[in-house]
Design a protein around this ligand. Sequence first.
Ligand code: GTP
Ligand code: MG
Ligand code: ZN
Length: 365
Amino acid sequence: MPHYNAYDSFKTKKSIEKKQRAKNKALGKKNDDVDDFIINKCDNYGIVIEVRYDDAYILLGDEIILASLRRDINLVCNQVIFPGDKVIISKDGSNYTIINLIRRTSLLSRTKKDSTRKDDVGLTKNIAANIDLAVIVVAAKEPPLHPKFIDRYLMILQNSAIPTIICLNKCDLKTEEEEKILSVYRKLGIPVIETSTYKKQGIVELKSYLLNKQAIFVGNSGVGKSSLTNAIMDDDEIKTSHVSNKSKRGRHTTTTSKYYIWNDNSSIIDTPGIRGLDVSSFSPIEIQDYFPELDNWKNKCKYSDCLHYHEPYDSCIVKQGVASGLINRNRFASYLRIMSDVLKEKNNDEIMKEIFLEKNNSLHK
Ligand SMILES: Nc1nc2c(ncn2[C@@H]2O[C@H](COP(=O)(O)OP(=O)(O)OP(=O)(O)O)[C@@H](O)[C@H]2O)c(=O)[nH]1
Ligand SMILES: [Mg+2]
Ligand SMILES: [Zn+2]
């Protein structure tokens, strides 16, 4: 399933245009051509550093300019280009225009629940383009560390084929509890680094991962994405905020994604924090592909299309693996939670209880 499409908005527009064009042709009208907007290569490009509604800040050489989109693309700027995009600029007097987009190597997107629609269809929101490395930033505390968030982000990043590391920030607040959660990811082979912007810890290691890459910081509000960006830029100017005392949640200080260059060939996109990640547009059968620890188990289930959800314990080797402790229980709980979102059911807690009940029953047989 091409869940996150690299040219979503543009393609949608194109398919509408194709129909319009066919109609125009039939009527003998001339077509405006936007087919040439995406080009494969050009050495003389600018980098999109921040996109507003109708225009965008572009880093062009050593200058930051404000440019708007070529007129014949009848879409607003923030539907077409995203931070990290490479664009070709033309100058007319003091006006700059984005005339071309260089084909992307990746586009990070997520779906957003659309509360105005009853059919529960999500909206695709594109976050950034041409990402070489994503850093999932989590905090040891304030806000508390929930593996559920990491698991969902890993799915989305894997789906966009973007290499990922986990950064536990606020490691000055870390306890045994967080180490237990993180060890699961270390075992899966995902690099986990620990930082504290307060104690200036781990920043050098983080930089070593970011060097020569266009990287992105993603994560909940208040985990310290902007503070880490500051630490790397060695600059106190990026706005950061205190976590609200009452809810211990972040305050959504950063409101748009922004691009920062900290070394010749190394940049970071600092993104606004998000509270929830919608993965309900994934198909049920593919969810397990994002849990590589199930690989050696899932093919041994009795039914080849086993979702390890409603299927009876006796027929499901994955459930038995969870019961034996060889598959991590928290990760499987995440799997079940995602499955219940996708299937629009709420049986995940019951299924987990059942697994351990069945395990006890089989021990007493
Ligand atoms: N204890 C501790 N607090 C930190 C650390 N790094 C950042 N903070 C604090 O965490 C709070 C939130 O930091 P931000 O950098 O604004 O978080 P953010 O992830 O950019 O938040 P949004 O922009 O809302 O997504 C601030 O009060 C920071 O001072 C750290 O290493 N240790
Ligand atoms: Mg921020
Ligand atoms: Zn199964």
